[in-house]
Ligand binder design. Structure first.
Ligand code: SF4
Length: 380
């Protein structure tokens, strides 16, 4: 059960080999002045047949045509709440479309407008690597007392692994609740794939120490750890990270504080520990939006999350001073793969009766991933 479990219907079976070649010769030119009109026309023709989801990190040109916006978990639930829509067009990245497929009915078909829209963090933990780690824990006699918890930003195969081994899924909003449950079930947690979310939640919210955490490096024998380090750890953190959020640094916080008097720094928990430690507020994407939106006019914010969202917030709240935390950090390149030409292509294909770039999770994987997701939902 690994990446090969994913059946990309009509597109072959290997996601990596399909990236970048999902619409050969059919993509409208980005310079086409009628693109917005074409998108509007296709949407109108499809009516309630299609439900378009837009992640907060998507480009404005895509968000304009989304029926709903949100973080990955909210969008998967939004999709599940629309069983009448036969087609779900997911403007986000691959693992999000998988979650939507898992949580929607078998008759609904989920479309990712560009198959190259993956997530580097999700790719940092594959099934074989996690199974090899688990085999070491079993050999040391601690598999039974370890609870695997994976962040939403992971493949369906990893979610299924946690479901099958008594664990669950968490989001950046409910990581504290989920880890509290996990520690009531076992003595330690194997946290996948984002080491920073795991460490920040354990140390800053749950009172664990940095010494309680070890980092499992999947590219080293036995994770690069000694047997006693593994046995004594409370949190075994997978060596994964977000290639956008992990780039914010303490220097960027110090720099913005020196430039903008009374600025408040708000960052996502995927940021490095020293960044989280020195920020004023740590919050999930939804929490960042709420906090900044509800702040009084004249507030000053430096935000450490994806650039598309920060620019949109600055545009929407011109009565506040909103800046991006670090000028050298750029957009999430895979989120940005979904652009208006890809959206138009996927919608116009549906109008012609063709389903392109369908994301379908194999039945067994979907079953155990749903077990993990249901466990999480029962904790909320
Ligand atoms: S922002 Fe980070 S976690 Fe989100 S899709 Fe991009 S690489 Fe993945």
């Amino acid at each position: 059960m690994g990446i090969t479990d994913l059946l990309l219907l009509g597109q072959g079976s290997d996601l990596a080999s399909e990236r970048g070649v999902s619409c050969p010769g059919e993509l409208p030119a980005p310079s086409d002045p009628d693109l917005r009109e074409r998108a509007r026309r296709a949407r109108a023709t499809l009516g309630d047949q299609v439900f378009v989801l837009g992640h907060h990190y998507q480009r404005d040109e895509v968000i304009e045509f989304a029926d709903v916006t949100g973080d990955s978990f909210k969008l998967a639930r939004d999709a599940a709440a629309r069983p009448d829509a036969p087609y779900i067009v997911f403007c986000g990245v691959h693992f999000m479309a998988e979650s939507a497929d898992i949580l929607t009915s078998p008759s609904q078909r989920v479309i990712l407008p560009d198959l190259a829209a993956g997530c580097s963090m999700a790719d940092m933990a594959n099934y074989e690597q996690v199974a090899a780690c688990w085999a070491v824990l079993d050999e040391l006699g601690i598999g039974q007392s370890t609870i695997p918890v994976t962040y939403m930003n992971s493949s369906a195969a990893i979610k299924a692994f946690t479901g099958e081994h008594g664990g669950t899924v968490c989001t950046s909003s409910n990581a504290h609740t989920t880890l509290t449950w996990a520690f009531s079930q076992g003595e330690r947690v194997l946290f996948l794939p984002d080491q920073h979310l795991g460490r920040n939640t354990a140390v800053l919210q749950m009172g664990l120490t940095l010494g309680d955490c070890v980092v499992w490096n999947p590219w080293k024998p036995r994770g690069g750890l000694t047997d006693s380090q593994i046995k004594n750890a409370k949190m075994i953190l997978w060596r994964g990270h977000c290639s956008v959020h992990a780039r914010f640094s303490l220097d960027s916080i110090n720099d913005v504080r020196s430039r903008i008097r009374d600025v408040q720094v708000i960052v996502h928990p995927e940021c490095q520990h020293e960044v989280a430690l020195n920020a004023d507020i740590i919050g999930s994407t939804e929490q960042i939006i709420k906090t900044v939106s509800n702040s009084p006019a004249g507030s000053k914010w430096a935000i450490g999350t994806e650039l598309n969202l920060v620019k949109r917030l600055a545009q929407q709240h011109q009565d506040k001073q909103i800046v991006f935390l670090d000028k050298s950090v750029c957009y999430c390149s895979t989120m940005n793969r979904i652009d208006l030409p890809h959206l138009v292509w996927s919608l116009e294909s549906l109008v012609e009766g063709r389903v392109v770039n369908e994301i379908k999770v194999a039945e067994r994987t979907a079953h155990f991933a749903r077990v993990a997701l249901d466990r999480m939902l029962s904790l909320i």
